[in-house]
Design a protein. Structure first.
Length: 258
């Protein structure tokens, strides 16, 4: 953004968004009851039962975790007791996270190597009764699951598409082409881009991120449901589009410094 467009009267926009997170659980292990009346009949059954217990007690090797708002690598590593802490977690997911371990956004998929054991699963036997179907919640509404949540690629295409979905919820106009055109002009698609030479930088508020937003403008036009980090790709795009909508009607109407 050029200096002439970044110092208009700000308007505030409180942050509100809920995140739904769903976990998994397991039932306690049930060993088969031996009905034989003498030791020679019961003995062959003991080896498989012991083996089942040992297998159930083994810790899970890894899991896929979906980042939610407020997460950090340190928090996730502590939650799942990752050996090597957040540094190891970052090392395992560097390709997905990128060059800055502090920048993880909601929806990002991480591979977590946890030292915690999963709850043992129930061992099925021929005499076991069939499992009862899970009861439906009140009103017959199905519960949300992690698999049903929409995910986005951790690249420019994914950031733009996630921003457009948030903008649609907030009534902010703009198109994929309008955002992409301005991103490429302002930062060439680099979310860490910063302008340290123009008048804004001289005033102590350099332009930052994909759409080169200064901190006062980002704070005034921050969009609910996005990060408060101006370098966060989705937060930067949506704040800039919110500003452009207020000043120009839409980011689609911006074709130069704004």
């Amino acid at each position: 953004m050029a200096g002439r467009g970044k110092h208009r009267r700000p308007r505030t926009n409180p942050l509100t968004r809920g995140i739904v997170a769903v976990g998994t659980g397991g039932a306690a292990l049930t060993l088969p009851l031996l009905g034989a009346t003498h030791a020679s009949a019961a003995e062959p059954q003991s080896a498989p039962a012991v083996q089942s217990v040992k297998q159930a007690a083994q810790p899970a090797k890894s899991l896929t975790y979906t980042v939610v708002k407020g997460d950090s690598l340190a928090r996730i590593a502590d939650k799942y007791d990752v050996s090597g802490g957040w540094k190891q977690l970052y090392k395992d997911n560097r390709a997905a996270v990128g060059g800055n371990p502090k920048l993880i956004h909601p929806g990002l998929k991480l591979t977590v190597k946890t030292a915690k054991a999963d709850a043992p699963k129930k061992t099925a036997t021929k005499s076991s009764a069939p499992a009862k179907p899970a009861a439906k919640p009140a009103g017959g509404v199905a519960q949300a699951t992690q698999a049903s949540a929409k995910t986005y690629a951790n690249n420019l295409d994914g950031w733009i598409r996630e921003s457009l979905d948030i903008m649609a919820q907030q009534g902010i106009p703009g198109s994929y082409d309008g955002i992409y055109r301005n991103v490429m002009r302002e930062s060439s698609g680099n979310p860490q881009a910063i302008n340290n030479w123009d008048s804004n930088a001289a005033a102590g508020t350099p332009s930052k991120g994909l759409l080169q937003v200064i901190d006062p403008t980002f704070a005034a036009y921050h969009v609910p449901g996005t990060s408060f980090d101006p370098y966060d790709p989705v937060a930067n795009i949506t704040a800039a589009c919110n500003y452009a909508a207020d000043r120009y009607g839409s980011i689609d109407n911006v074709n130069g410094p704004y």
